[in-house]
Design a protein around this ligand. Sequence first.
Ligand code: AMP
Length: 209
Amino acid sequence: MNIVLLGAPGAGKGTQAAKLVASYDIPHISTGDILRAAVKASTPLGLEAKSYMDKGGLVPDTVVIGLVKERLKEADTDKGFVLDGFPRTSTQAVALASELAELGRDIDAAIAVQVDPEVIVGRLTSRRLCRSCGYIGSEADACCPLCFGEMYQRDDDRPETVRNRLEVYEQSTSPLIEYYRGSDLLVEIDGDRPADEVFASIQAALNTA
Ligand code: AMP
């Protein structure tokens, strides 16, 4: 199963990606995670990406497309993948389609998780993550409910950056909804519900896709 997850930052893509990975036994490819790891390790890629990420802007297409192309060549993607946070621009979407065509593969579904922007601002500014296992929780979690690790706030989840990320989403990424609708791959899911309900809808849609 080759899946693209679309949706604004904070729509719940990461949470749903984790459920898809567990359920279909396919790798999770999150460009945000790859970039954050590069920033943490202070690699040349990380140093370049950081300035864009800190402002809530997009890392240049050429950089991100190169990352994903390399990742899709790894053997674990033969059984499928969940792409989370990529594509984010029409240039990235076209590059993905041509890379997959070269590899003799196809996207099975582009799942758009839809959540009202006002709900998203609240979710993102209160979002906290576990430093040890990556669990996505909220400021209500004093420590990670899964592994008791320390919870922290992503730098780009601070209110001033969140607004910018949502604007960037509206401008650059939301047009991809129509792009995938045009290729008959779009599955629209109401993401303003408990995560398990959202996932049940995704599974139901994938079973008929
Ligand atoms: P995310 O974890 O998906 O919210 O991504 C965090 C940040 O990484 C974004 O705000 C961007 O700065 C950068 N980023 C992640 N994926 C992409 C992408 N596909 N294109 C450009 N920038 C990206």
